[in-house]
Ligand binder design. Structure first.
Ligand code: ADP
Length: 361
């Protein structure tokens, strides 16, 4: 199996503790995502002015871009307590009923990976979101009865890496949907500056630029790389991190100039060496790199597509011309560049077109 990617890695308690410490606590400290930030700020301000709990909010986008952070910010900006759970933890409607029935008025309920919730729980959630009410079913078969239970008004914040997998009725019940985009290098430099300040690290501008350029457009990775560079500098007795130190450290961790990590490179390498550049189906590609289909699709692909290295066509995934040269292969004739790929219909894009979902009524 391929080593975990830099985005998916980091489950160690210490890593999580540092990640929590670096999380921005309010909207002003949250870097980038201007459109989502402005729209969310308005939604929250209006709710505060009405003296009501905020409308339900959905955040979508690849891992590490700030969905959990924004959920926490929603709670703190609304001065409300926060309850955290996730789709995979809610396998029965009863699991959800237990959470919902213990919410206090105005509480923010964050459900990460909401697309992975079980179907019965999802249906219970529809009613809870719309009418602040659930039916608890007691007994089985013909003798089963539904006991209605009133819930206090609460705000659901959902997060998903797969907005396309959310059923329409669920998506429609969110009053606001924010789709998070990859961050630019200058934005990642700001994230890094803030984190270096909190970690009391000396890094010069060129050092920040080097790390930001290799961070795959993702704040979580930027922070993680900063910590790896910090380790390297400590061991090498370097006080101020500059571009050379950052570059030497990141080369050692096999993060390349474009920021591709092992999983990204494994995907492109397999496409090129095992499938002649494609097209090949997603599940075959995932098997070839020893990863879950969902990991390849949600962790590796969005960035590779954005960088013009991988193309999604109706016939499968293909390695684009820059992928061949980036990995040091000669580009064979007939390999696509981005402009040619645009002639194809995109293969099932997961993300909704707009940022605003219809108001739930
Ligand atoms: P997601 O839930 O989308 O996977 P998180 O909200 O857990 O991502 O963010 C991962 C880490 O990246 C957080 O610990 C936080 O420190 C950092 N981060 C994410 N977005 C931002 C941002 N806009 N500004 C500063 N730091 C950010």
């Amino acid at each position: 199996m391929a080593e975990p990617s830099l985005v998916a890695a980091g489950e160690e308690p210490e890593e999580r503790a540092i990640e929590a410490a670096l999380r921005p606590k309010n909207l002003d400290d949250f870097v980038g995502q201007h459109r989502v930030r402005k729209q969310l700020s308005l939604v929250l301000q209006a709710s505060r002015m009405r003296g009501r709990s905020a409308d339900h909010v959905l955040f979508s986008g690849p891992p590490g871009l700030g969905k959990t952070t924004l959920a926490m910010i929603v709670a703190s900006e609304m001065n409300a307590p926060l309850r955290i759970s996730s789709g995979p933890a809610i396998q029965h409607a009863g699991d959800l009923a237990a959470i919902l029935s213990s919410l206090s008025e105005g509480e923010v309920l964050f459900l990460d990976e909401i697309h992975r919730m079980s179907r019965p729980a999802e249906e219970m959630l529809y009613m809870a979101m719309e009418d602040f009410r659930v039916d608890i079913v007691v007994g089985k078969g013909a003798g089963a009865t539904a006991i209605p239970l009133e819930l206090p008004p609460f705000t659901l914040v959902g997060a998903t890496t797969r907005a396309g997998l959310l059923p329409g009725p669920l998506r429609d019940r969110f009053g606001f949907t924010g789709h998070l985009e990859f961050y630019s290098v200058p934005e990642l430099e700001l994230v890094l500056r803030r984190s270096a300040g909190l970690l009391d690290l000396k890094v010069n501008s060129a050092g920040f630029a080097e790390i930001a350029g290799r961070s795959r457009g993702t704040p979580r990775i930027a922070n993680r790389l900063l910590r790896r560079v910090r380790d390297w500098a400590l061991v090498h007795g370097i006080e101020q991190i500059d571009a050379r130190a950052a570059s030497a450290a990141l080369d050692m961790y096999e993060v390349d100039k474009k920021g591709l990590d092992r999983l990204d490179r494994a995907v492109l390498e397999a496409l090129i060496t095992k499938f002649g550049g494609g097209p090949v189906g997603l599940s075959t590609l995932a098997i070839a790199v020893g990863e879950e289909t969902e990991t390849v699709e949600t962790v590796a692909e969005p960035f590779l597509v954005r960088e013009g290295l991988l193309g999604r066509t109706p016939r499968g995934r293909i390695a684009m011309a820059p992928a061949w040269s980036h990995l040091g292969y000669a580009i064979p004739s007939g390999v696509f560049a981005q402009e040619q790929l645009d002639l194809f219909e995109p293969a099932g894009d997961d993300e909704p077109a707009g940022d605003w979902a219809p108001e739930s009524q």
